[in-house]
Design a protein around this ligand. Structure first.
Ligand code: UD1
Length: 368
């Protein structure tokens, strides 16, 4: 079977390509974004054909789609903070390019039988919480007033009492809080809507905080594990926003690949969106300390008590739906996964451009 992976030279896409290439003919469309790549990465799979081009270009897309039966749409501009000042670019690359892909699928001849789109936990905004008096609640982002007082935990939207985070299920209303997140919701909803209307089996996978080998250590706009890794490798302490007790669901890229393969091979997930995480919450101090220990550096995380505009406090996945419908089970524990990340990062060069990125965010009042 011929499969197209957009963004297939990237962190998640390339792992997916390696798994697919064992059994299938794979074509990759990727622009080798300079913020992420320094030319062609060494890990590119030799069994696969690569088209290096821009997904916004209809002719490039048409060429990539020739004879393709399954599409994994992983290509996206991925900086959350950056999306707040490069708005047009994020909408073009994420929303508009997806629109173009769908236009081709419904208006032109093709053999596509399945579409799997990379969505994101960012579309939820804050995770789900429980209030002792009011039950399950979905608070919006913390207000500026509260954050200025350095009061980090969420209050119940009804009674104001402090609420406790609980696993976030797919039923939670979507409250995207960045342009990036809005474009991810667009991608997910456009693909599912067009898929349903035209009978193209489509699955959206809402990735939680993905980490693992090949994560860009040079792109200062990526996730916290890469940012901390690059700092620690360069002998600098990780800088922690808020008090470090905020939590996320860190999921290994290998588990993400596994979920994608299940979504392709089984029909039980068609036309639906699924969380892909571990179901476990890990706080940011634990991430920093685990990485410092694994790198064997004598460093202490620095708690800045500053905060990033639009940051959520807690979000971790309820994975019962993907367990039940796709038979997905996360296999890599946080400890194992971090160990693998560090073993890889130790062999990889990391430019510390994070200071520059942080200053840029501070200048734009996105870190306060
Ligand atoms: C955001 C997106 C998510 C995306 C991820 C990586 C939202 C809700 N989610 O996630 O879709 O996959 O970015 O691009 O928009 N932190 C520090 N110090 C740092 C960097 C981060 O303390 O130097 C903290 C942050 O304040 C946050 C946590 O670490 O509390 C996680 O940050 P990050 O890795 O950027 O991911 P999210 O904000 O969860």
């Amino acid at each position: 079977m011929k499969i197209l992976v957009t963004g297939g030279a990237g962190f998640i896409g390339s792992h997916l390509v390696d798994a697919l290439a064992e059994k299938h003919e794979v074509v990759v469309l990727d622009n080798l974004e300079s913020q992420v790549h320094r030319g062609k990465p060494k890990y590119l799979n030799e069994k696969v054909s690569y088209i290096f081009g821009d997904i916004r270009d209809g002719d490039v897309l048409r060429r990539a789609l020739e004879g393709v039966e399954v599409i994994f749409h992983e290509a996206a501009a991925v900086g959350v903070g950056q999306s707040m000042y490069q708005i047009e670019k994020y909408v073009e690359v994420n929303t508009m390019a997806t629109a173009k892909l769908l236009d081709i699928l419904v208006n032109e001849e093709n053999e596509v039988k399945k579409l799997i789109v990379a969505s994101s936990m960012s579309i939820y905004g804050e995770g789900a919480y429980e209030c002792d008096s009011c039950g399950v609640v979905y608070p919006k982002l913390r207000g500026e007033e509260q954050l200025k007082r350095r009061k980090w935990e969420l209050g119940c939207p009804y009674c104001g009492e402090v609420v406790k985070p609980i696993p976030t299920s797919e039923e939670k209303p979507l409250h995207p809080t960045s342009i990036y997140a809005i474009t991810k919701r667009d991608q997910e909803e456009m693909c599912l809507t067009v898929g349903r209307a035209y009978g193209i089996p489509t699955v959206a996978l809402r990735y939680f905080n993905v980490y693992g080998p090949r994560q860009s250590l040079n792109n200062p706009y990526t996730g916290v594990c890469a940012i901390f890794s690059a700092r620690i490798k360069n002998g600098k302490p990780p800088l922690i926003f808020e008090d470090g007790l905020q939590t996320r669901d860190f999921v290994s890229v290998h588990d993400i690949v596994h979920a994608n393969i299940l979504a392709m091979e089984r029909n039980s997930g068609n036309y639906e969106a699924f969380n892909v995480g571990t179901g476990k919450a890990t706080d940011i101090i634990t991430v920093a300390e685990t990485l410092i220990n694994l790198y064997r550096r004598d460093l202490k995380p620095e708690i800045t008590n500053k905060y990033r505009a639009g940051d959520i406090r807690h979000c971790f996945a309820d994975i019962s739906k993907i367990r039940k419908k796709l038979g997905f089970e996360p296999k890599i524990s946080f400890e194992e996964g971090m160990k693998e990340l560090v073993e890889w990062a130790d062999r990889t060069e990391a430019e510390d451009r994070f200071e520059i990125a942080r200053r840029e965010l501070e200048e734009r009042r996105l870190v306060k």
